[in-house]
Design a binder for this molecule. Structure first.
Ligand code: ZLM
Ligand code: CA
Ligand code: ZN
Length: 414
């Protein structure tokens, strides 16, 4: 292992719960929570685990989720899922040769059922339509999954605010498409918004940076009217690529004007132009905005060979963006997000955990990893990117984006 930073003194808090990797959106669904377990196993087997403060993820409570989401939407999600949750726990208990559901969990389930019945909310004729689209299916334990993902992101904020950590990591989070009362794009509860709202209780300015291949629409929308959060998303745009928002000229509204920054790009972006764009824009953003904290969504679907994304980044290119944001020395929260070629997702997030720790991990995948076969045929950390991919972004188009963003940022009063 090679030390990459002079300041390895930075404390890293890492949030994990193996339960989260056990949920399934559906057999054929591209979103695979198992990738979180795979990333974790690499993190353990590379020995990174021992150098961080490791925290067990807890479930966010309904009251915490209410800080952003519509109460009826939460009740809808929780009551709809409660029977499944009990079944799920029953299954879990029987698989573990335990005949009883832990008493504390059972009480919580009963409470949720009672609450939702009092509200007389019927699943069938609700205004909420989770499960209608294959993007957002209902599945066993769905609400628990949301509670765990968001509980961790909220606790990331707490670990930064209490000074317990300089960098906090939740690879189970980053679900940037969820809206106040709507599930979309594989996301149901917006852990990022909940995390940022927690930070805003203390900090004046929070910068959100999103390198997922998709536009971070849910986070942008939540803070579109405020200057206390600057949202910055790099994404693939055009030809009906999901979600279709995030044009260059979506800059925010009212006092929030110019505090939403979008970098829409065509498919084929490779390391060199991407990193150049990233550095040119984030350096100016940091200079102009001077955030108290950075929240970075590290969606790994911007990597080459992703099943959904069309960019052509290597793990080194993706990680260079994380390294660059770290170099400002501002407290930082790293979250997961998309990523659909799961062996590459776990490689990427293990590598970036190393970056947070100032450690460059070995090219050889540790052979004791129980998912070792997923890393065939090379069993190496850095996979070869797709060759002969055309970058459909012209240099002049990219330069035009940078100069327009610079223009927008120049309107921000200091
Ligand atoms: N159809 N199954 C990124 C979220 C991307 C909307 C087109 C659904 C899929 C996709 C689902 C098994 C993040 C759209 C897609 C088919 C309407 C999207 C289930 C394959 C499958 O095989 C599939 C039955 C499914 C979904 C592909 N959906 C690909 N792209 C996007 C959402 C989330 O990475 O940014 C953060 C986690 N949805 O394009 C349709 C328009 C639904
Ligand atoms: Ca993005
Ligand atoms: Zn994505």
């Amino acid at each position: 292992m090679i030390q990459t930073d002079s300041d390895s003194s930075r404390r890293v808090a890492y949030f994990y719960n193996r339960f989260i990797g056990k949920f399934q959106y559906g057999k054929e669904h591209p979103m695979k929570p198992k990738r979180i377990i795979m990333a974790h196993n690499l993190i353990v087997n590379y020995g990174l685990f021992r150098q961080m403060d490791v925290y067990l993820i807890r479930e966010a409570q309904l009251q915490e989720i209410r800080k952003f989401h519509d109460p009826d939407y939460i009740i809808y999600l929780s009551q709809f899922m409660s029977q499944n949750k009990i079944n799920f726990v029953k299954e879990y208990c029987s698989a573990n040769n335990e005949s009883v559901i832990p008493e504390n969990l059972l009480e919580e389930f009963k409470l949720i059922i009672k609450w939702s019945q009092q509200q007389k909310i019927k699943t069938e004729n609700s205004e909420f339509k989770v499960g209608d689209s294959p993007d957002n299916p209902t599945f066993s334990g769905l609400f628990s999954y949301c509670q765990l993902s968001s509980g961790a992101s909220i606790d990331c904020a707490h670990s930064i605010l209490t000074g317990q950590a300089d960098i906090a990591i939740n690879w189970s989070g980053g679900l940037h498409h969820a809206k106040k009362k709507e599930a979309s794009g594989f996301c149901y509860i917006n852990d990022i918004v909940l995390c940022i709202l927690e930070l805003l209780r203390v900090y004046v300015r929070v910068l959100y940076v999103d390198i997922d291949c998709h536009h971070g629409d849910g986070v942008e929308e939540a803070f579109y009217l405020t200057n206390r959060v600057m949202t910055l998303s790099f994404h693939q745009y055009g030809d009906d690529f999901y979600p279709g928002t995030g044009q260059l000229n979506s800059v925010g509204v009212g006092v929030g004007r110019y505090y939403s920054v979008n970098v829409p790009m065509k498919p084929g972006m490779s390391d060199e132009p991407y990193i150049e764009m990233f550095k040119k824009i984030t350096s100016r953003v940091m200079q102009v905005y001077r955030p108290d904290c950075i929240v970075m969504q590290c969606g790994a679907d911007s990597l080459s060979l992703d099943k959904l994304g069309g960019f052509n980044l290597s793990i080194k290119g993706h990680g260079a963006c994380v390294q660059y944001m770290k170099s400002f020395g501002t407290p930082m929260i790293l979250l997961g997000g998309g990523g659909y070629t799961i062996s590459n997702v776990s490689r990427c997030w293990a590598y970036e955990t190393g970056i947070a720790l100032g450690q460059q991990i070995d090219q050889a995948i540790p052979s004791n990893d129980i998912y070792y076969d997923y890393y065939s045929p090379d069993y190496l950390l850095h996979f070869p990117i797709k060759q002969n991919v055309e970058n459909r972004n012209k240099t002049e188009d990219l330069n035009k984006i940078v100069s327009t963003v610079y223009d927008y940022l120049s309107y921000i009063e200091n």
